[in-house]
Design a protein around this ligand. Sequence first.
Ligand SMILES: [Zn+2]
Length: 115
Amino acid sequence: MDELIRALLGRLRGATQTSEGLVAHSRVLAAAREVASRPERMLRRCAWCGRIRLGGQWLSADEAPEFVRGLLDDRTTHGICRSCMRRLEADGRSRAAGDSSAVSPVRESGNEPPA
Ligand SMILES: [Zn+2]
């Protein structure tokens, strides 16, 4: 009996994941369709990793619906995705903690004041 319940729960979990995936995919398609049909709409693209924001998700260009890929050159504005933001924040924290070698300015030769 326990096995049957476990099997049913497993199936239910799988179905839930599938339906959540379908809902997410339909959001992406609806957002892509809106961008494609309204010339004033811009796509937000992460300036660090190049992923684009569609339907509440950050997707690589390959994951975006094919009909919006052609718009990427003309209709993107730059932003930053959550994972790149976290990485930058972590970098900032490690620099603030004393790793100053990564941010020390490099002096350009020729700009030194005369001795
Ligand atoms: Zn990014």
